[in-house]
Design a protein around this ligand. Sequence first.
Ligand code: MRU
Length: 347
Amino acid sequence: MDTSATLWWDSHKDCLCYIEQTLLPGEYRIIECRDVDRLATAIRRLEIRGAPALGVAGAYGVALAARTSPHTDFSKVMTGVRQAAELLRSTRPTAINLGWGIDRVLKGLAAARTSDEVRTISLREAENIAAEDTACCHAIGGHGAALLPDRCTVLTHCNAGALACSSWGTALGVIRSAIEAGKDVKVFSCETRPLLQGARLTAWELARDGIDVTVITDSMAAHFMRAGAIDAVIVGADRITHDAVFNKIGTYTHAVTARYHKIPFYVAAPLSTFDAERNERDVVIEERAREEITIMGNRTYVTDSAKVKNPAFDATPMELVTAIITEKGVLRQPIDTRSHLSFCKSH
Ligand code: MRU
């Protein structure tokens, strides 16, 4: 299967390369990013998106700041690195992986004593995070594949695939691993209004790998569940608190609908997505621009005098989640994220 990386460091060009996701599926373009402001814009515009990919991007962003610093003096390089870290952290508030990746590199830099060490340690740590992310996705895939019947149709929302991670994917990683294990898995991909990550990205990457994928609008999901066409729902996550799973807006609707139809609702996410000490009410849900809703192509579909709301994520209460699939194993009901995390850390 072709599951090439979504973002990576080009050591010859000394820059961060990534697939520009806003152009897909019409155009496959690799961007060479050489400055932190450009990276911050790329994250805000969703050129790079998806929680684990944001963690990797944040980590590479700190390395980029270190390697492009105009200073030689250690403390000046570190000041610039910390400013860049805060700029990157501020780009998107909901996916916890972004801050997690940034903080992990900053923590690694505590060992740096010279500006050269800042440059080498930051890049080494970012490379580790990228490699570990791919390994996590394969582990999640292995654990999740065992939950799927030998022949099934899975509904997914947004894009929790290779494009949302370093490679392979979380929710789509489960599907890829199940197929690799010989299972016959078909996918229904919800288009995911307003930015169409399901229609544009999930369908593209699954079709590229020869996986059977059908795109439906978000409002069709209940119809197909009622018709018996869906055996399981699998989604990714941007943050998992003690009591809720935050993921792309529309996920909660699928969870409620799946419960009504007695269909398992699985969440696939690495431990870096857990924020187990916090509760749903503590989390900021990103509110995005009005134009994402009102304009399609060249046309405006909503009168200027109407108000618009555009939250990018919603929270699914934990009681609606059948199981959370992590790289360390499957967390089943009654799900207690706090004790699960402490168990994982001690093993
Ligand atoms: O706004 P996006 O495209 O960054 O939202 C992405 C999602 O909601 C994904 O489902 C989530 O980050 C999990 S990706 C493995």
